[in-house]
Design a protein around this ligand. Structure first.
Ligand code: IPE
Ligand code: IPE
Ligand code: MG
Length: 236
């Protein structure tokens, strides 16, 4: 393996993050949970910027799971309001940085204004030349796999022709590389139905740090940990 290949193997191409701990962050500050989500959203643009500056070309963030609809109605309303704000500012800021924005998950349960807003920003940024930031909102890995299966059947493809590459073409993440590093903040050590197919070989990194506190220094720590594991495997 050449020097350059070795060096790039130490840097994950695709980092996916389960952003957890907003509620606990707020409680810790004596604030309502919603303030934790607000602080979490603020951290989104910072984290994407840091990862991109550090050389990671694909970043995927888990914002809302298919199971999160079970949360109290007022929290869901607040999260949808924040999504609307994010489409107004965070997304535009990423667009200015030449970042391609993608959405992973279902759109059909979102209010029409949000559905249109997401469609617009995805369309506007699809020709950008920078990194790709994907947002999983109303996303669940099992649903994605079932949907992909349905699409494959509907396409009329001969069952014997289906292989991993063809199947990937029916997933939400088509065109994205596999996840190299999967991070979960907030102390839990589970995948919560996130990118089940795409994380088959991902390195897992769990930290107690709550999402709003997961800043550049923490990101660098996670990347350094990933690089160490690659070296242990003889990647360098
Ligand atoms: C993650 O933070 C954000 C979402 C799932 C929307 P949480 O709201 O799960 O925060 P904790 O886990 O209760 O602290
Ligand atoms: C998981 O967060 C999904 C996101 C962070 C978006 P939760 O806090 O809802 O986690 P579980 O469902 O309890 O594992
Ligand atoms: Mg949580």
């Amino acid at each position: 393996m050449s020097e350059t290949q070795g060096a790039s193997a130490a840097l994950p191409q695709h980092v996916a993050i389960i952003m957890d701990g907003n509620g606990r962050w707020a409680v810790g500050q004596g604030l309502p949970r919603m303030e934790g989500h607000r602080a979490g959203l603020k951290n989104v643009s910072k984290a994407v910027r840091a990862l991109v500056e550090l050389g990671v070309p694909y970043v995927t963030l888990f914002s809302f799971s298919t199971e999160n609809w079970k949360r109290p109605e007022d929290e869901i309303a607040g999260l949808l309001r924040l999504l609307a704000e994010a489409l107004d500012d965070t997304a535009k800021e990423l667009h200015r940085q030449d970042i391609v924005i993608r959405h992973l998950g279902r759109l059909d349960r979102l209010p029409i204004s949000l559905r249109l807003g997401i469609g617009r920003i995805v369309e506007q940024t699809k020709g950008n030349k920078g990194a790709v930031a994907s947002f999983a909102f109303d996303y669940g890995g099992r649903t994605e796999i079932i949907e992909a299966t349905r699409k494959a059947v509907e396409s009329g493809i001969r069952p014997g022709k289906i292989d991993e590459t063809i199947f990937e073409g029916f997933l939400n993440t088509t065109g994205l590389p596999d996840v190299d590093l999967l991070v979960r903040t907030g102390g839990e050590k589970r995948l919560s139905n996130f990118l089940l197919w795409q994380s088959a070989y991902a390195e897992l990194y769990f930290t107690d740090t709550l999402w709003p506190d997961f800043g550049r220094a923490e990101i660098e720590k996670a990347l350094a940990d990933y690089a160490r594991r690659q070296r242990r495997f003889g990647g360098l």
